[in-house]
Design a protein around this ligand. Sequence first.
Ligand code: GLU
Length: 501
Amino acid sequence: MPFLFFHYSEYLKGSTISSTVKAGNPIDNIMKTVLPFFEQVNFNFDKAAKYTNYSPGILNEIKICNSVYHMTFPLKRDNGTIETIHAWRAEHSHHKLPTKGGIRYSTLVNEDEIMALAALMTYKCAIVDVPFGGAKGGIQINVEKYSVGELERITRRYAYELVSKNFIGPGIDVPAPDYGTGEREMAWILDTYTAMTSDKLEARACVTGKPVEQGGIHGRKEATGLGVYYGLREACSFEEDMKPLGLSSGLEGKSIVVQGFGNVGYHSAKFLQEGGAVIIAIAEFDGAIYNTQGLEVGKVSDYRNENGSILNFPDAKTMKNPSEALELECDILVPAALENQITSENVHRIKARIIAEAANGPVTPEAHDILKNRGTLIIPDTYLNAGGVIVSYFEWLNNLSHVRFGRVGRRFEENSRKDFMMAIERITGKRLPENEMKRLVYGPEERTLVNTSLEDTMAVAYNEIRETRTQYGNGIDLRTASFIKVINKIAVSYMELGIFP
Ligand code: GLU
């Protein structure tokens, strides 16, 4: 039973695929010996599976990737030459439909990576009770090398391929943004899908992370970063968990290093800073900036927009080698870039007390074990970066119900509260200051509803994982606890489907 051996080096030896891969990492571009990514995910799964009583058949069914579509198509470049594009979509688990997950554009995209990321989506959705199976897509390109017109042709052709093979649809598989993609790409996909489908009524729910004007939801863009903040805030609120790390409870004053300053890294840093943490370093692919007194995240972003890079940001020390930023003395390290960032090679130099996995798979299983033995608290990706898909779920619901959250009832709620407050004022003969009154009667609009629901979901899920860790004893870390939780949840839904009577 392969799921019963857990020593990572044994697992590495037993790996069927070449174990030396180019780390998925523009930040630290060296060859590293790591397990293929999908095997890493399965290794973590297997570790947790030994704490459950499910048969190997069920466990294997949960683990396996249900469908993978590798497509190649030609791109006519602006200069007239023809180039072959490689792209994938993997639907990891059909135990719930539709399947859901982002589309990434990167030269490092390959089938193994997409399958691993699709699996992580399944587990992520289960952890936060979002009723989707996991999926992921990717196109193997360097976005910097293509014009906007070329990117549009690539994206539309990719969407066309997905439609043709029934790999997209509101009830089938619903893509979203990921590394290298955003609202613009989602709008192209929506348009291509809508043109090709006869079901125009539901078409908008074929993709999430769209521009708000085209059926997107307020708060989706910042959702993953905001979720990282809510998750970390919850984790740091437990005094008994912080004490062994030599830290006080709460985020206030905690020193943080953020790796990656894309959508997730930027928003994580922004919300963490607003929440009282001190962002002492930000690392990007071309270098890092560092100031122990704290960096102004908004100003760093403005500087990058003007100069094309965060390097040489005034009031900060620039580090040429971005990997060194990971090794700085800090309370929390937030890897928010790609997988395989903390490996057996650099783990001994990592000093952070908490590692907050805003990216998918940033810590290899081997590095994880070393960190765990050292007492580092790792808040796992399957939980911490789920904010994006949580809000995608709300967007999908909006699109299917054809009404924005808060549209119906908002004014009524506000008026009722106003009547109530005015009655209190009449009875007491006292008047509330105007801004206080405004705050108390406020009927929430979409962004508020989205953000508070995200906050609630992240807090509830963290407490569930933490309780599982307690239930299974001291040896269990949060990653294993989260996998135990998802295995239980998914196994039950397979049984509900009657697949395993
Ligand atoms: N790409 C994001 C993730 O990895 C979002 C997925 C989604 O919203 O479907 O979680």
